[in-house]
Design a protein around this ligand. Structure first.
Ligand SMILES: [Fe+2]
Length: 182
């Protein structure tokens, strides 16, 4: 389940119902999905998409998404740091950012229009929808691994548009489990 931290208040929400309710109040859709049938996290993309076909079709109908694919990022992925650097500064897209996590972890920071910064740590089973125009940035966790289904309304809208606000510099990209371990 996702974990949410409200950074300026140093408050963390761990209860699944409270996480979803808090995120929805802040414009971020969050769901937890279970596969229609068991599927290995390293199964071929077609099997992953098939196992979650019902949820994907529902989401497509709701959000106007036309394509879905599976992204696979591993520590050994060529050009990983350059790829991550594109998304670790505050930006927005002209496209919703929709991710359903199959394996690994990720850390989204959301900067709301009222100035609050929220960290959302996602893991397998979590669906997050960051609406188009939302200021946000993304980092991997220590496992440097994420496999996720992505949904697109228009892949041309996926380019990051940077705010250049520098707000992202105020927050360490440290995942919850790691900060607790220190
Ligand atoms: Fe993004």
């Amino acid at each position: 389940m996702a974990l949410v931290t409200i950074l300026d208040e140093n408050k963390t929400i761990t209860d699944p119902g409270a996480v979803a309710a808090f995120l929805i109040r802040n414009g971020i859709d969050y769901e937890h999905w279970t596969a229609a049938h068991p599927v290995a996290p390293d199964a071929p993309p077609e099997e992953i998409l098939e196992a979650y076909a019902k949820e994907i079709e529902e989401l497509k109908a709701r959000g106007g998404y036309v394509t879905a694919d599976v992204i696979d990022v591993r520590p050994e992925t060529p050009g990983l740091e350059a790829m991550l650097a594109k998304f670790s500064s505050e930006h927005w897209h002209d496209e919703d950012e929709v991710r359903f996590i199959i394996a690994g972890h990720g850390l989204f920071h959301i900067h709301t229009r009222d100035g609050q910064v929220i960290a959302i740590q996602v893991e397998a089973g979590d669906l997050i929808r960051v609406p188009r125009g939302t200021w946000h940035w993304f980092n991997l966790c220590a496992d440097r691994r994420i496999r996720a289904i992505r949904l697109f309304q228009d892949t041309a809208g996926w380019t990051p548009l940077y705010t250049e606000s520098g707000v992202d510099q105020r927050f360490l990209p440290v995942c919850f489990s790691e900060s607790r371990a220190i």
